[in-house]
Write a protein that binds this ligand. Structure first.
Ligand SMILES: C[S@@+](CC[C@H](N)C(=O)[O-])C[C@H]1O[C@@H](n2cnc3c(N)ncnc32)[C@H](O)[C@@H]1O
Length: 272
């Protein structure tokens, strides 16, 4: 039996532990893609984060969502391509990856060298990732600033400022595989903060699943967080952002893998 008064805290910790393991699933998918003869994206570090738990969770997910791995690979490609383009054309100085998980863009994308990369995730996830990188590589990518925070509880603006984020510098924010773990109130709050801390000309890369898809999710942390904005493009416009490109992952898999799927899951590039 737990100590009186600790059960809520414990269940919160269990939930954050379960959510952070979703980062391993994505790493397993990137690792498997890298094993192909001509991978669409290549992450040489993904193997470091392959865990039995991640493999098990992926197996379960694929039973309900056979398109899951294909979707996550084209999602990563869309984000990599936009990021490359932005870094080439704009004076991007900072990248902020919210819900970074086992993202290794800072090391795997050459064009990010020399730019600051803030990786925000639960403190436990950050500690675990740092430990793996220290054990396996002996060091962390030098351009990375790790920020341990629960995005549901933190003031993003204060947390990033304390970590050395400069509001005046052009930044790209990546929210990949994140917002369906937040409540609609958290999502509202997050976009308001992102709007307030961003000068015009900041960029954002986001993915978003349809409410009907989320309800059928094999991951209970997704299926219980309803409702999301059904129309994310209007939602973002109403929040003051401008859409650069919005694509359905099922159309991107048709382009890249010759397989088209109807399940609605978007990836969106937008700016302020
Ligand atoms: C599906 S994973 C995606 C990881 C990474 N962005 C990728 O695509 O490889 C979701 C990530 O969001 C993080 N996350 C979810 N809710 C969070 C919260 N409230 N605060 C901080 N991180 C959170 C999880 O810990 C996990 O690392």
């Amino acid at each position: 039996m737990g100590k009186p008064g600790t059960s809520n805290k414990n269940s919160e910790q269990d939930t954050s532990k379960q959510i952070r393991h979703t980062a391993d699933v994505v790493a397993v998918i990137r690792y498997k893609e890298g094993e192909k003869e001509s991978p669409l994206i290549y992450d040489p570090f993904a193997r470091l984060f392959v865990s039995p738990q991640g493999e098990e969770m992926l197996k379960t997910a694929l039973k309900s969502w056979p398109f899951f791995s294909d979707y996550l690979i084209v999602r990563a490609k869309f984000i990599d391509d936009h990021l490359r383009d932005l870094c080439k054309k704009e004076a991007v100085k900072q990248i902020v990856i919210l819900g970074a998980g086992n993202d290794m863009r800072a090391a795997r994308l050459d064009f990010l060298k020399g730019r600051k990369v803030f990786e925000v995730d639960f403190p436990d996830q950050i500690t675990n990732k740092k430990q793996i990188l220290k054990n396996e590589l002996g060091t962390l990518p030098e351009n990375v600033i790790c920020v341990g925070a629960n995005l549901k509880e933190t003031s993003l603006s204060n947390t990033l400022s304390q970590a050395g984020f400069n509001r005046e510098e052009k930044s790209v924010f990546i929210l990949e595989g994140l917002i369906y773990y937040l409540t609609p109130e958290d999502v509202d709050h997050l976009f308001e903060e992102l709007f307030n801390i961003s000068p015009p000309g900041n960029f954002f890369l986001l993915d978003h699943i349809s409410p009907d898809m989320s309800q059928k999710s094999p991951d209970s942390e997704k299926s219980t967080k309803l409702p999301y904005p059904e129309d994310s493009v209007s939602y973002l416009n109403n929040k003051g952002f401008k859409i650069i490109e919005s694509a359905l992952l099922g159309n991107l898999t048709a382009i890249h893998f010759g397989k088209s799927y109807k399940e609605r899951w978007w990836v969106i590039a937008f700016t302020k």
